[in-house]
Design a protein. Structure first.
Ligand SMILES: Cc1ncc(C[n+]2csc(CCOP(=O)(O)OP(=O)(O)O)c2C)c(N)n1
Ligand SMILES: [Mg+2]
Length: 334
């Protein structure tokens, strides 16, 4: 297991703050109606996101799910362009066509998600197979939630990755709920990686709210995959503060415990201070500068123009002209 330096832990702390502020500022503007469609935030899961982003190299790829803004950000997409994308603006990373749920930015290894839960488990096999055949030591990661476990693609993907010894990094974010269904109501065990062992794929479980343990586990998994041994399935045990919808009811004591005692940021802060890695004043400085930075990104996104309606059908089919419904109808009538 790799030891993390003081500098690394401080960097990871800042990464977690960036993700938290990014998400919380988005939540605010979502309430103001500035984000088209749904917004799923990963508040509470920052240590898992920071660990994954840290462990992956620029030459690797990942397929995010509907709650992975944090990984997309930490992978290196410019914060203001990601914010603009989520607000559906023309200068977002996908020109405003992706939004929160279809974020993609191949320039930083983000190969995109489509939010059909489980489908990315199949797609991730593509780059993994290509890299294996070419002898490239790259890792293809896929982020999934506990809700994906049990889908057909889940099993199909594990089966092929095992047989072909593919360099796939399965990152399971077990936050205990799929919509409002608790993991124990939907699965035979709450430790979902147990279900994977029959595929003869290496597995691990880690406290996804412990930034040090989560990062070490993610680094170990990536080392294992890069050494050519095949896939690795790592389960992060964590919790999302947000329900899937605003009226969701959860046990208040459960929510309190995760927000207070188990908050990954609070835990990291305590560790940094008790181990003397930084002074309180330095942390406050970082916290203030992160907030300011994220506010600037948001302002950029709000001020950015919406895409031109005349370009709405661009990119629908690669290199093919697409007719609008009206033009299509006219042509048919001719
Ligand atoms: C194939 C499919 N079925 C249903 C949905 C609707 N849906 C969106 S999020 C979600 C729950 C996902 O739960 P989980 O994987 O645990 O992720 P979490 O939201 O907890 O991060 C569902 C069922 C979907 N996106 N895809
Ligand atoms: Mg879940």
């Amino acid at each position: 297991m790799r030891t993390l330096s003081k500098e690394t832990i401080l960097k990871l702390y800042k990464d977690m703050l960036l993700v938290r502020d990014f998400e919380q500022q988005l939540e605010q503007v979502h309430k103001r109606g500035l984000i088209p469609g749904l917004l799923h935030t990963g508040v509470g899961q920052e240590a898992t996101f920071a660990a994954l982003a840290y462990a992956l190299e620029k030459t690797d790829c990942f397929f995010p799910d509907h709650r992975s803004h944090g990984i997309c950000l930490l992978a290196g997409s410019p914060g203001e362009k990601l914010m603009a994308e989520i607000l559906g603006k023309a200068n977002g990373v996908c020109g405003g066509r992706g939004g929160s749920m279809h974020l993609a930015d191949p320039s930083v290894g983000n190969f995109g998600g489509n939010v059909v839960e489980g489908s990315m488990m199949a797609t991730v096999l593509g780059p993994a197979l290509a890299w294996k055949m070419r002898g490239e030591k790259r890792v293809a990661a896929v982020i999934i939630g506990d809700g994906t476990v049990g889908r057909g693609e889940f099993n199909e993907s594990l089966h092929l990755a095992s047989i072909w010894k593919l360099p796939v990094f399965y990152c399971l974010v077990n936050n205990q709920y799929a919509i409002s269904t608790h993991v124990t109501e939907a699965h035979p065990t709450a430790n979902l990686s147990e279900l994977v062992t029959g595929y003869r794929i290496a597995t691990g479980q880690v406290d996804g709210n412990d930034i040090v343990a989560a990062t070490q586990a993610a680094l170990d998994a990536v080392d294992y995959i890069r050494s050519g041994k095949g896939a690795f399935f790592l389960e992060f045990h964590t919790y999302r503060w947000a329900g899937i919808f605003s009226g969701e009811i959860r046990d208040p004591e459960e929510v309190r415990m995760w927000k207070e005692d188990k908050d990954p940021i609070r835990r990291a802060r305590t560790l940094i201070l008790t181990e003397g890695m930084a002074q309180e004043s330095e942390l406050v400085e970082t916290e203030t500068s992160v907030k300011k930075q994220v506010s600037q990104w948001l302002e950029y996104a709000i001020q950015s123009p919406a895409p031109d309606a005349a370009t709405a059908l661009d990119y629908v089919y690669a290199n093919m002209e697409v007719l609008g419904r009206w033009e299509e109808k006219q042509q048919f009538n001719r």
